[in-house]
Design a protein around this ligand. Structure first.
Ligand code: NAD
Length: 484
């Protein structure tokens, strides 16, 4: 049986206390994960603190970048190991992980290093009464030890999205991967040693949240800042923990993202884009669409086309080239999504397609499979329109006017992303400026450029990362004033 260890101060640490990692495909046990207790978390924080004061503190930005480039190159070199581990943990199709999760994770170590290297700081000439003047200039310094708490949906991608910039800025990290997807974080520890990353710069502690590694990290007095991706309830708990030491937090949380389909759109492009936005990663991406508003003249045609496309999706095991959708990440999450499928039926929704569990052969029947599902016939007040389900499903509703659809799209506690489909770019801009969300895609969805800000409004998030915005969280500005 595979054993997944903690990675502390450059060493792989077993603890003797293990928990099972189950396959989403068939619910078999695929690994034993060594849970970190308080003692291991203390050791990891101590190592990270020492590295901050020791050799890491003397690394120039160029030297840090050299190491981060080496990390990226090694991930690509050991591509298949990362691919197998990630797909075994999550059940996602190889064709998705091999074109998205793994290459983009490697890229995160390069792109953010490049951004940190080229971003200037400010300098001002300041007049003084004696006429000699002064110069004020700012320097950026690392924040210190960063706690990185990750979710299970894009384990390596979101980890690297945090660890890449944190290390580029000169911080050290304690990563707490999701207990459901522990493998790639530990594998990355091997890479850190191979490239010669100083001990204690990158640490991994395994376990869950409450009274476990997650809580031990986020409550630790010597953690300087916490970056978190996960659900809003957990985010709120972590903020309370961070309040104790007045630590800064960066939070990426859920969404109930709308897609707005105007009747003047490129119909086929809107269908393709919306399909991707609902079903990618089995609907387990915070940016996924779960509410679709279609202008009434094309509503029936849109529902019909989505039904046909959805029914053509191929559900299957990750390694099969033709698999469009794997299982959900766990049986527990399957139960959560199924509970919404039941609620939709109870509320009288029209189930356009799906609504249950697909028939899978043999041992696969024990996995966390789920049918891609579309509903119509519910209003904006139903739980299906209001709560994040985080599964491969969406509610489709008609709309009549621009003002109406803006109000309905904004009528949510979330504000992460929105996509609009129209050929009228004036309308696209007009509507985009009125949508209360951090990211708006027009005639596209999830078309990311790492240089742009990433984040949301309302309960979806605190702060922005991506591009130069990462510097606001991962560094502190110091101003130096020199009297001439
Ligand atoms: P979760 O909030 O349950 O867990 C996230 C992480 O927090 C895990 O590592 C977990 O162990 C840890 N955790 C849980 N309780 C904790 C506690 N009390 N103290 C410290 N750590 C704790 O989320 P999840 O179920 O892993 O992920 C799904 C959720 O994440 C969804 O709501 C989804 O929308 C959200 N998400 C958001 C984004 C984004 O970028 N906005 C990206 C991915 C996922």
């Amino acid at each position: 049986m595979k054993e997944i260890l903690n990675f502390i101060n450059g060493e792989f640490i077993s603890t003797g206390v293990t928990f099972n990692k189950y396959s989403p495909i068939n619910n078999s046990i695929i690994a034993k994960v060594h849970a970190a207790g308080k003692e291991e978390v203390d050791a990891a924080v101590e190592a990270a603190k020492s590295a901050m004061k020791g050799i890491w503190a003397n690394f120039t930005i160029s030297k840090r970048i050299e190491l981060l480039y080496a990390v990226a190159d090694k991930i690509i070199k050991r591509f298949d190991e990362f691919l197998h581990a990630e797909c075994a943990d999550t059940g996602k199709p190889y064709q998705l992980a091999s074109t998205f999760d793994i290459p983009y994770s490697a890229a995160n170590f390069k792109t953010f290093a490049d951004i940190v290297k080229i971003t200037p700081t400010e300098c001002f000439e300041t007049p003084t009464p004696d006429g000699r003047g002064a110069i004020n200039y700012s320097i950026r310094r690392p924040v210190g030890v960063i706690g990185v708490v990750c979710p299970w949906n894009l384990p390596l991608l979101l980890l690297s999205w945090k660890v890449g910039p944190a290390l580029a800025c000169g911080n050290t990290v304690i990563v707490k991967p999701s207990e459901i997807t522990p493998q790639t974080a530990t594998l990355l520890g091997e890479i850190m040693n191979e490239v010669g990353m100083p001990k204690g710069v990158y640490n991994v502690v395994h376990g869950s949240g409450c009274n476990s590694a997650g809580e031990f990290v986020t409550n630790h007095p010597d953690i300087d800042a916490i970056t978190f991706v996960g659900g809003p309830q957990t985010g709120s708990t972590i903020m309370k923990a961070a309040a104790n030491g007045v630590k800064s937090v960066s939070m990426e949380m859920g969404g109930k993202n709308p897609s707005i389909i105007f009747s003047d759109c490129d119909f086929l492009a809107a269908i393709e884009g919306t399909m991707r936005s609902i079903y990618i990663n089995c609907g387990q991406v915070c940016l996924c669409t779960e509410r679709i508003y279609v202008e009434r003249p094309i509503y029936d045609q849109f529902v019909k086309a989505m039904k046909e496309k959805t029914e053509a999706l191929k559900i299957g095991v990750p390694e099969n080239d033709i698999t469009d959708m794997g299982p959900l990440v766990s049986l527990e999450h399957q139960q959560k999504v199924l509970s919404y499928y039941q609620k939709a039926k109870d509320l009288g929704a029209t189930v356009v397609t799906g609504g249950g569990i697909p028939q899978m052969p043999g041992k696969l029947a024990d996995g966390a499979w789920i049918e891609p599902t579309l509903w119509t016939g519910l209003d904006d007040h139903s739980v299906i329109a209001r709560e994040e389900i985080f599964g491969p499903c969406a509610l489709i509703q008609p709309f009549d006017t621009e003002e109406e659809v803006i109000n309905r799209a904004n009528d949510t506690k979330y504000g992460l992303a929105c996509s609009l489909w129209t050929k009228d770019l004036q309308k696209a801009h007009r509507v985009s400026t009125q949508i209360n969300a951090g990211m708006i895609w027009v005639n596209s969805w999830f078309l990311r450029d790492f240089r742009t800000p990433f984040g949301g409004s309302k309960e979806s998030r605190i702060g922005r990362e991506g591009g130069i915005h990462l510097l606001d969280f991962y560094t502190e500005l110091r101003n130096i004033c020199i009297k001439l």
